[in-house]
Design a protein around this ligand. Structure first.
Ligand code: NAG
Ligand code: NAG
Ligand code: NAG
Ligand code: NAG
Ligand code: NAG
Ligand code: NAG
Ligand code: NAG
Ligand code: NAG
Ligand code: NAG
Ligand code: NAG
Length: 394
């Protein structure tokens, strides 16, 4: 009997060692490659060599960024296709951009992933050091556009968990041409007066999910561009500053992909310019917005809690035309809280392409403990349940 037990133990040990060796990822630590956690030695090349090794690895590979501050002061371009579709970054430290925005003025992004299939980023702080550029933009017009912090293009099966993005010069996290993305427990933060510091921007992408994320910026919390299909946003907090969640601007181009099937569930908006906004330029376009569901949202002192603006045209000579973007099928269900302005619900739709299929269900928005107002132009829909302010549908 004892013999059998020891044989069993030996076999179990052999089995465990074997499965360990076939399941453990190959690991590339940027510090072993030469990166210095001192916040002042440029580590770009060591991040790049870790990527090259991990990407060429024939099995799963993990890149480790240990504790400390790693300066990455050039553009880090991580390209696929890779030899494996199970790459990950485990980031325990902080990755910092240089604060001299002129030196990176021509770069669209700082850290970019292109053509990658199967990537997880766990943890980490990305510090875009954008304050000098924001100040430049606030004090004069002759400033570079800036670089977005992390950009994913033409990539699929991407997961971000527990990442923090601070003080981006431009957008914090961008997805363009991606499929199957999950973002969870991410924290994004930039000053309330910073320009163009959108939290998460999604366009030409399908099946993107954003969960349990806190975003406070000077611009859109989440911006949703043309070609976004099947976007799910759940338990996201926008504020204490910023513009809220925006679909648009759309209709900038005459031929443009539509936005379809967007769900925003359990969001909280605090002191933001908008709750959920849909905006399009007043000019011809074949773009559209279809099947949007906003469910269980809390508004705390929001300027425009519910808004569709089809005459969007900031700081320009505006085309005096109708928006060609057709908005159809937008449900607002369980929206409650306070508006910072008298008009809590505003549908300013296109004359030639009126908004249709709008549904308001259990909406309770007040303004300074009083009744708020709703305003409708070219908008048709239905109401269900308790509705405050009273609906303005014809
Ligand atoms: C691994 O990647 C390298 C560089 O991208 C490529 O040259 C090589 O052919 C790949 N190997 C396999 C087995 O796919
Ligand atoms: C910032 O970068 C620009 C462009 O590379 C360079 O001319 C300038 O000297 C840099 N400024 C500082 C303070 O390093
Ligand atoms: C997009 O990524 C795929 C997979 O990595 C690659 O085969 C393709 O060439 C990429 N396309 C472009 C336009 O970069
Ligand atoms: C989406 O990506 C995740 C990895 O982030 C993967 O586990 C999952 O299987 C993918 N889903 C589909 C439908 O491909
Ligand atoms: C997000 O980051 C900001 C800035 O570092 C911090 O003040 C805030 O507590 C963080 N929030 C969460 C939910 O981690
Ligand atoms: C809408 O998108 C969600 C994911 O966000 C998906 O589960 C659902 O099937 C999609 N609906 C349609 C009709 O494609
Ligand atoms: C969102 O929050 C609700 C209420 O706290 C919770 O039941 C739900 O599981 C959360 N969703 C996710 C994706 O974590
Ligand atoms: C609604 O969302 C809030 C967070 O905004 C959450 O606390 C609450 O549990 C959600 N309620 C339902 C019924 O999902
Ligand atoms: C609507 O909201 C106000 C203010 O928050 C609250 O006093 C009132 O009870 C709510 N009404 C309903 C029907 O939920
Ligand atoms: C809002 O409604 C109140 C009465 O309900 C009215 O006196 C006020 O003029 C309206 N304000 C706007 C901006 O429509």
């Amino acid at each position: 009997m004892e013999k059998f037990i020891s044989l069993f133990i030996v076999l179990t040990l052999i089995f465990l060692c074997y499965t360990q060796s076939i399941t453990a990822d190959d690991v590339y630590n940027v510090a072993d490659m030469g990166a210095k956690p001192d916040g002042k030695t440029d580590s770009t090349q060591y991040f790049m060599s870790a990527w090259t090794s991990a990407c060429q690895n024939l099995g799963p590979a993990t890149i480790i960024v240990p504790q400390g501050r790693f300066l990455v002061n050039q553009q880090a371009r991580f390209s696929g296709p890779c030899n494996n579709s199970a790459l990950s970054f485990q980031i325990d430290g902080t990755v910092v951009q240089q604060s001299n925005y002129s030196a990176v003025a021509d770069d669209i992004f700082w850290v970019g992933f292109h053509g990658v299939d199967g990537l997880a980023i766990r943890g980490g702080v990305f510090d875009g050091q954008g304050a000098d550029l924001w100040n430049c933009k606030l004090s004069n017009n002759d400033c570079p556009t800036g670089t977005s912090t992390v950009q994913f293009t033409n990539s699929s099966n991407i997961a971000l968990k527990g990442l923090t993005s601070l003080n981006s010069q431009l957008y914090h996290i961008v997805f363009n041409g991606c499929n199957n993305v999950t973002i969870q427990s991410v924290n994004i933060s930039a000053a309330g007066n910073s320009l163009n510091t959108d939290g998460i921007h999604v366009q030409f992408s399908t099946n993107v999910n954003i969960y349990n994320t806190a975003i406070t910026t000077g611009d859109d919390c989440i911006s949703i561009g043309p070609g976004t299909i099947n976007l799910w946003i759940e338990n996201v907090t926008c504020g204490l500053s910023g513009h809220g969640i925006s679909i648009g601007s759309l209709g900038r181009e005459p031929i443009e992909a539509g936005v379809q099937n967007v769900t925003v569930k359990g969001a909280t908006f605090a002191n933001t310019l908008n709750g959920l906004r849909i905006k399009s330029w007043p000019k011809p376009s074949n773009g559209f917005v279809k099947d949007v569901m906003v469910q269980n949202a809390t508004m705390i002192n929001v300027y425009n809690p519910i808004i569709i603006d089809q005459n969007y045209c900031p700081h320009q000579i505006c085309p005096v035309q109708d928006s060609g973007v057709k908005v159809d099928g937008v449900t607002y269900q369980g929206i409650h809280g306070t508006s910072a302005t008298e008009v809590a619900v505003k549908f300013d739709c296109s004359k030639s392409h009126p908004c249709t299929g709008i549904k308001l269900e259990d909406v309770n928005l007040t303004y300074q403990n009083r009744q708020a107002n709703a305003s409708c132009v070219n908008a048709a829909g239905i109401v269900v349940g308790y509705i405050q302010p009273p609906s303005c549908f014809a």
